[in-house]
Structures are given as C-alpha cells and as structure tokens.
Design a protein around this ligand. Sequence first.
Ligand SMILES: CC(C)(COP(=O)(O)OP(=O)(O)OC[C@H]1O[C@@H](n2cnc3c(N)ncnc32)[C@H](O)[C@@H]1OP(=O)(O)O)[C@@H](O)C(=O)NCCC(=O)NCCS
Length: 285
Amino acid sequence: MTADDVVPATVAQANAFAALDRSEGIEPVEPTEAYWTRLRTRHHHFLTHDPGGSWVAEDDGRIVGIALALRREQLWGLSLLAVDPQAQSAGVGRRLLDASLTYADGCERAIILSSQDPRAMRSYATSGFELFPQVDARGAPDRSAIPAGAPRVRAGGVDDVILADTVDRQVRGAPRGPDHVRLATDLRTFVVDDTAGCGYAYLRDDGIVMALAATDDDTATDLLWACMGAVADRGGTISVDHMTAEQQWAIRACYQARLVVAPSGPVFWRGATPPHPYLPSGAYL
Ligand SMILES: CC(C)(COP(=O)(O)OP(=O)(O)OC[C@H]1O[C@@H](n2cnc3c(N)ncnc32)[C@H](O)[C@@H]1OP(=O)(O)O)[C@@H](O)C(=O)NCCC(=O)NCCS
C-alpha cells in the first residue's frame, strides 16, 4: 500500500461494510466528512507505523481490497480486512490476509476482531486462530444505576502514555506506543493510577468505548463506570464492544446500567486467550 492508495482504499472499505450492514438487515448510515477523515487518518497511521502490515489488492488498476495490521513487540493484530463487494468471494480476502500474516512472522501472539461475515470467520479460523464468541452492549446508561462518584478515575492524556503502555504490557503482553498517542490526542481519556491498580479508557465523541485496559477487574470496572457517567451526563448512548466470557465484570456493569447486550462477531486469538481486564479497540486492537 502507498499513500496514493489511501482514498480508493477507504472507498472499498466503506462499500464492503455498507454491503455487510445490508446483508444483516441494517440500512447503512450515510458517510459524513468526519467518517472519511477518520478512515484516512487511520490508514495513514498504519502506513507510517506499520508499512509492512499495510496491503491493498488491485484489479485492472482499481483498488478492490485492503488489509491493515499492526505489530507491537510480540503482538500482531489485524485492524482491517475489506474487499469491495464487486470483487468478493473470489479469493481476494484470503490473499490479503495471507499477505498481512507475513507481518506476524516471529510474533508470539496475534488477535483479530472479526465481523460476522462467514468468509472472514472461516479465513481466520483456518489460519491457526481460535474463536472466542463476543457480545456488544448499547444504549443510554441509566444514571441512577451508576455508582456515585468515581474518585479513583481522573482525566488523562498523552502524558499518560508510559503508564498506559505499562498496563498494556501486563495485560496483553505488548504496549500500544504510537496508538496511544493517536487515541489520547483524538479521544477523551480516563486514567486510574493508585496503589490498588492502574488502567486507562478511551471514549469517542459518539459514545464508543474505544479501548480499556487495567491491572485488575475492579479498576477496569471503575473506568467503565467513568465512561458511562460521562455519556449519561450528556444524555447520550454508549457502545461497549468486544466482551467475551472473560469480561464478566463488563457484562455485569452493562446490565446494571440497563444497556442492551447482543451477540456480535467473535474475537480470534493465536498464541493467547482473551485477557480479562481488557476491552480491545476495533482499529488498534
Ligand atoms: C470478509 C471479506 C474480507 C472476505 O474476502 P472475500 O474476498 O470476499 O473472501 P474470499 O473469497 O477470500 O473467501 C474467504 C473464505 O471464505 C470462504 N467462503 C466463500 N463464501 C463463503 C460463504 N458464503 N460462507 C462461508 N465461507 C465462504 C471461501 O471459500 C474462503 O475460504 P477458503 O480460502 O478456505 O476456500 C469480504 O467478504 C468483506 O469485505 N466482507 C465485508 C467486510 C468484513 O466483514 N470484513 C472483515 C472484517 S473482520
């Protein structure tokens, strides 16, 4: 992939996910300028930090697919795999995945957050990954259910990257490095750093909890409540994604806040199982 591929690759990506939405009976939302900017920023981030994990598929000079993967120390993660609907089911996705997995050579652990597309799930399951079912939670958090006050949680930012990387090494065996800088620059950041535990959470404007990790489940729960409180304060809705059976602490809090929990695409791991006090980010794992 080169910088010239970014714009056509975002179009292939948007077309692929709009078609996936329609196949699941969901009418896709019209992409806004902010959406295109977010996609382009993400693609450039990968080209800068993970050029070896950034691949496109071309057909007759047209970009028809994209795969983005990151490598942070011993962890490889697939951030994106998408094929334009006109080119799907012809082996392009499999070849993109194979190319992007060459970037995992020598890594101890690998993670993929999958959609519910059966072609995606088959490709990951037959590439040495183990499947772990996941649920997502959505809705307006019930203010009265949120525990009063969260004195441990403070506002965070780019100054907390070293702390966050220390937590990541403990929880998922690898830091985020430049991904923390990206997330902390763009998103509201919450941090806990006391004798009982450490952790961080990122909350996007539209209410998506983008990533959360902590040294223990209680700290992770406090961080999730802080996200819920911030969303409830502005009368918005929250999305808490990527919960496996290991995230009972999060599932309990989501039900307590009266969110709607429903099945989503699975997470696939190779060389590890899902860490407990961890909610990965779709884009940055
Ligand atoms: C998922 C996606 C990337 C796969 O790419 P693709 O080019 O369409 O898929 P491929 O032709 O490479 O097929 C992949 C595998 O699925 C199999 N497959 C094809 N149709 C299938 C179906 N209807 N059900 C189950 N498996 C199917 C193929 O045989 C192949 O397996 P194999 O290599 O062992 O034979 C693409 O369809 C897509 O962009 N989907 C929407 C976005 C998405 O969900 N992305 C994944 C995000 S994690």
